[in-house]
Design a protein around this ligand. Sequence first.
Ligand code: ZN
Length: 89
Amino acid sequence: MSIFDFAAGTDPAQTESVATCSRKACRSEASWQLLWNNPKIHTPERRKIWLACADHRDWLEDYLQTRGLWKQTVPLEDRGASGAPEQDS
Ligand SMILES: [Zn+2]
């Protein structure tokens, strides 16, 4: 499965293989990953990851920073260096 397979089809199941922005209702391809941690429910070394497109990176960063959860924002190309990304919504 490659990104070219996705580009050629409209099967919703294939969206699972593409990094999509975590912003609600946004279906843009993500180019950033926002690393965050909620000290109330996560161990300190735990990192949750939200994916963000260029348009929503600032919005999502601000959302996390406001709540004291934000840790780091890194380009999506760097994923894989520290294992598979963990994503939730
Ligand atoms: Zn977006």
